[in-house]
Design a protein around this ligand. Structure first.
Ligand SMILES: [Zn+2]
Length: 448
């Protein structure tokens, strides 16, 4: 049987696969600045050696996206695998037990920056492509792999660019993004939606003067303080939106991992982590994360800058948040200017969008038989039932879903979401091999 052929092939080549993962982990692609081309070159070579059509699209300084096709057929149904090549910088390297680029193997795990997020998933997808090519199975339709840049800084130059410029004639019937979807202590999750994120800069512009006569000026830090004290009012000004998966739905999904509902309720009541996961997945969140103001102890400051981080539910937009914030500022009696005038004599507030990534959700997942098949393959390979879930972090999936290019996009990959971006990031080798099995078996099932 073809499934056995696939599984045998994987069992026999584990060491080669682990070596490819280590090569890719050792290729530095910290973003910023990116350097994704280091990774693209390794993938391109590996695929071309397997007679798979692969093309690198370089940009900027040593950056690149890559697209590969299992075959020449683009008329039939297409399955899209997506993985990002960039990783977040390692932070202070001294804190790592093994250097972040060493790809050290210890205790059946591979350690290194990007092991979970998401060079493990990306490598497993590359290998799945090779396995299907090598076994020369009879397939209709195509498997397309996009290895992208820029995900960690918003994805405009990665998935956004590929979608706009390269996937214009290839339709997509189902897409998998290989982000780590382990949610320890829960079983593997299939992620159907993610929250959005925006980053706003708020500048209060006051009037500077000598601190001996503060009434002659306008203290910009006090202005900011007024805004901060009123932030709770923001949510009254933002349209109420039901979370895509309610608390009870999320609880129901989580409870399936436990022997009984009572045991789950008991564990939930004892585990703040699980409670917080539910909270983060169902609520609009806002935080003031940076603040800066003042130049001297005896000078009334004329400028104070703050940065805010917002996490949006699907349906909430940047414009909604901006409008709510503008209303709040106006109600405090301050003018809002479109540009910082630089004038030391004016009192106003300036708001700037620094970053924005939309939330998204696959509404119709309950009706998808393809998704059920994906679910069943995971269950078989991992010997544990996966759960359907939502993610409080944002991901490239929003590009596919919100443009209607491919609503049926899911996140599934090896590694624990909790170790992403962390010191001593790792992936378990068994998890990595299992992901290769899932990606290969599913692609075969989808295209046979
Ligand atoms: Zn990621």
């Amino acid at each position: 049987m073809s499934e056995d052929q696939i599984l045998n092939e994987i069992e026999q080549n584990k060491d080669i696969y682990i070596q490819l993962l280590r090569d890719i982990l050792q290729a530095e692609s910290y973003n910023p600045p990116g350097n994704e081309k280091n990774v693209a070159l390794i993938i391109d070579k590996y695929l071309k050696n397997s007679n798979i059509k692969s093309e690198i699209f370089p940009f900027g300084e040593n950056r690149a996206n890559l697209i590969a096709y299992l075959n020449d057929n683009i008329e039939g149904k297409n399955l899209l695998y997506n993985g990002h090549m960039d990783v977040v910088p390692p932070g202070s390297e001294e804190e790592w037990k093994n250097p972040p680029l060493s790809a050290t193997i210890k205790r059946k795990k591979v350690f290194g920056r990007g092991a979970a997020d998401m060079k493990g998933g990306l490598t497993a997808m590359v290998i799945a492509l090779k396995i299907l090519k090598k076994l020369n199975l009879k397939l209709s339709g195509n498997l397309i792999l996009t290895a992208v840049a820029d995900e960690e800084t918003g994805g405009v130059l990665g998935t956004g660019w590929v979608l706009k410029n390269k996937l214009t004639t290839q339709k997509c019937d189902f897409a998998v993004i290989g982000e780590p979807s382990g949610l320890d202590p829960l079983p593997k999750a299939i992620i159907l939606g993610e929250k959005g994120r925006i980053e706003l800069k708020i500048v209060t512009n006051g009037i500077s003067c000598h601190a001996s006569a503060p009434f002659m000026g306008k203290n910009a830090i006090y202005m900011m303080s007024e805004i901060i004290q009123n932030l709770e009012k923001l949510k009254d000004n933002i349209p109420k939106i039901e979370p895509p998966m309610s608390s009870s739905e999320l609880k129901k999904q989580m409870s399936e991992a436990f022997p009984s509902k009572d045991i789950f309720e008991k564990i939930l009541s004892e585990q703040p982590l699980l409670q917080n996961v539910i909270k983060a997945n169902t609520l609009f969140a806002k935080s003031l994360t940076m603040i800066n103001g003042g130049i001297k102890p005896n000078v009334i400051p004329n400028k104070c800058e703050a940065v805010m981080d917002f996490r949006l539910l699907p349906g909430q937009t940047t414009e909604m948040v901006l409008n709510a914030l503008r209303k709040l500022v106006n109600n405090l009696g301050y003018q809002i200017k479109e540009k910082p005038t630089g004038s030391p004599e004016e009192i106003f507030v300036y708001i700037e969008v620094l970053k924005q990534g939309e939330a998204s959700y696959w509404e119709n997942w309950r009706n998808s038989t393809v998704l059920t098949r994906f679910h069943n393959i995971i269950e078989k390979v991992y010997e544990k039932t996966p759960i359907y879930f939502f993610l409080p972090a944002s991901a490239d999936a929003a590009y596919y879903r919100n443009s209607n290019y491919c609503n049926s996009t899911i996140l599934f990959g090896p590694g624990m979401a909790g170790t992403a971006h962390a010191i001593n990031e790792y992936i378990s080798i068994q998890d990595f091999i299992n992901a290769i099995k899932v990606y290969s078996l599913f692609a075969y099932d989808f295209l046979k």
